[in-house]
Write a protein that binds this ligand. Sequence first.
Ligand code: ZN
Ligand code: ZN
Length: 255
Amino acid sequence: MIDSHCHLADKQFADDLDAVIARAAAAGATQMVCIGDSITESEACIRIATRFENLFCTVGVHPHNAKDWQPGDADRLRTLARSSPKVRAIGEIGLDYHYDFSPRETQRLIFEEQLAVAAELDLPVVIHNRESTGDLRAIIERVKLRKLVLHCCTENWEDVSWLIEQGHLLSFTGIATYPHAGDIRETIRQCPLGQMMIETDAPYLAPIPHRGKRNEPAFVVEVARKIAEIKEVSLQEVDETTTRNAAGFFALPKG
Ligand SMILES: [Zn+2]
Ligand SMILES: [Zn+2]
């Protein structure tokens, strides 16, 4: 099983990362992708991924941090992406019109700058989107990306089916286990298992029965269990298929 999206460079993991990684392996999460959300955190992700054989990472600037983008950051990102074989994608990048922590115009510009880096380096892209699907779609369809995943998918199926039609992937978190997430469960029902990944987005969004605690990669098993239940297939099938999908997407070695 692969946790395709976790923030292990977050300070919440500063004191016990070795134990967290060991618990993940014991639970069956054999590989993890540590996601960057700023230039500084992307550097930390590379450092962490270098320490653990079964960890890989992405580099990118989250839309929340787009306002801090400096001239030269595209070069910094390019250099970081090339600096380590552990870097497997650009992300997480995208748009977030729910929190609007950065002006929308800035979010769009910084998103496009990073998409250009991904295209140049021929790397897949991990996308963050919240209440910004219209603009996201316009940009993605203009840029024509080879490979992308919409992470922490919480959208209705009608709003994201175009991504599946274009051959991209959706990734689901522990939100699928929450009582009021009926719309997400419907999206999971519609999304082909062959175009799906699973993730924790740790330290946030712990699935039931861990809700309210710090989330960690070991809990990705609960996401897989819920998807198996929703799609009425075995846990083993969810495990094998999502592992194949994530390994293919991030070009991971056999775990
Ligand atoms: Zn995100
Ligand atoms: Zn994230």
